[in-house]
Design a protein around this ligand. Structure first.
Ligand SMILES: *Cc1c(COP(=O)(O)O)cnc(C)c1O
Length: 370
């Protein structure tokens, strides 16, 4: 049996008919840029996360950069982010003229509010937490810190469309948040795509123009902008996929619970993250990241049995990037990255494949291969 980590062509083949139909309909209309499908998708998206505004952009990284640009940062400003995030979070801060300050995580992989507090200096202007793996950060504490120190909050919600904490969606806690539609994300398009969500009307109006050459809704140029729009064809495809999004999340949660059940008493697994263990946190399982004993040998063993796994960010944490000017201390994250591993988690998987992955893991540990 083969269980690729993410099967991009299967992902396409599952929706081929729908995609071809949409492509033909939208392309025949000549509706490529900033057309009705985009507007409709934006409105559905905003409604789904219960935000006032959503704005399609080229990708989530652009979304983060645009949000920071709309805030306006100065050289020397510091913005705190997690060290366990994609380089995009940090590069958006750097490219907006500020200094990314990566901080440590909690044992569940999410940014540690205590580490945020200790990283605050007189130069700190904002916090940019990542709702990692489809799970919302400890927002009560983080919002408290923002308020206490007068800092802005921008959320990297690239992995967390539909994740909620006490009913409030990732991306709606601060100034604005960015969501990614990269193909392997839960709502994935056929290429790059992203969105910004916000409840702030002024920010929305600015961002609307920044992503489209500084043009407002009547076409007047009122500021310097760039070109970062979500293609209308991509928006049309996302719109069609979005109808089934709640059932997609349910299936992911089912896969997660299947993994948990099938691996329950097989815990040479080092402390798997406390999936759904704290009240109020609705996890959508963008990734199923576990911590395991003898990770590298397990990975090889699984790979020999046709099971693909992945170490997030290629194993490199943000504070380990050679591009930073300063040294940062993140011992919890470094320990975490000795043994973390992502198991296959996506809608192309059937239950037999999940069972095969779990059986292979059990075999690895019981064979003494470990
Ligand atoms: C995927 C991802 C991004 C970047 O999203 P793009 O749409 O590819 O730009 C940023 N942050 C995190 C945490 C991600 O997982």
């Amino acid at each position: 049996m083969k269980v690729p980590f993410f099967d991009y062509s299967k992902f396409y083949s599952h929706q081929r008919d729908m995609v071809l139909e949409i492509f033909d309909a939208v392309a025949s209309k000549g509706a490529f840029i900033m057309q009705g499908e985009l507007v409709e998708f934006e409105s559905e998206l905003a409604e789904f996360v219960n935000a006032k505004y959503a704005l399609g952009v080229g990708n989530a990284t652009d979304g983060l950069e645009l949000i920071l640009q709309s805030i306006g940062l100065s050289a020397g400003d510091e913005v705190i982010c997690s060290t366990h995030t994609m380089v995009a979070t940090a590069s958006a801060i750097h490219l907006s003229g500020a200094i990314p300050v990566p901080v440590d995580i909690r044992p569940d992989g999410l940014i540690d509010p205590a580490a945020i507090e200790s990283a605050i200096t007189s130069r700190t202007v904002g916090i940019m937490p990542t709702h990692l793996n489809g799970r919302v950060c400890d927002m009560d504490k983080i919002l408290g810190i923002c308020e206490k120190h007068g800092l802005f909050l921008v959320e990297d919600a690239a992995q967390a469309l539909g994740a909620t904490l006490n009913g409030r969606a990732a991306g709606t806690f601060g100034v604005a948040g960015a969501i990614s539609f990269y193909p392997a994300k839960i709502l994935g398009c056929l290429g790059d795509g992203g969105a910004i969500i916000s409840n702030d009307q002024n920010k929305y109006e600015t961002l609307y123009q920044l992503r489209d050459h500084g043009r407002n809704k009547t076409g007047q140029i009122t500021m310097w902008g760039r070109n970062s729009r979500l293609d209308n064809i991509q928006a049309a495809i996302l719109l069609a996929q979005f109808e089934k999004y709640p059932s997609v999340i349910s299936r992911r949660r089912e896969i997660a619970s299947l993994y948990n059940t099938l691996l329950e008493d097989c815990y040479p697994f080092v402390t798997p993250p406390p999936f759904d263990s704290d009240n109020g946190n609705f996890d959508i399982y963008q990734n199923f990241e576990v911590r395991v004993k003898n990770r590298d040998s397990l990975r090889k063993y699984l790979s020999d049995r046709g099971v693909g796994t992945l170490i997030q960010w290629g194993g490199q944490l943000v504070h380990q990037l050679p591009l930073l000017d300063r040294q940062y201390n993140c011992p919890v994250a470094e320990d975490y990255f000795q043994n973390c591993l992502m198991l296959p988690m996506n809608l192309t998987l059937d239950n037999e494949q999940i069972a095969y992955v779990c059986e292979s893991i059990r075999r690895f540990y019981s064979d003494g291969a470990a």
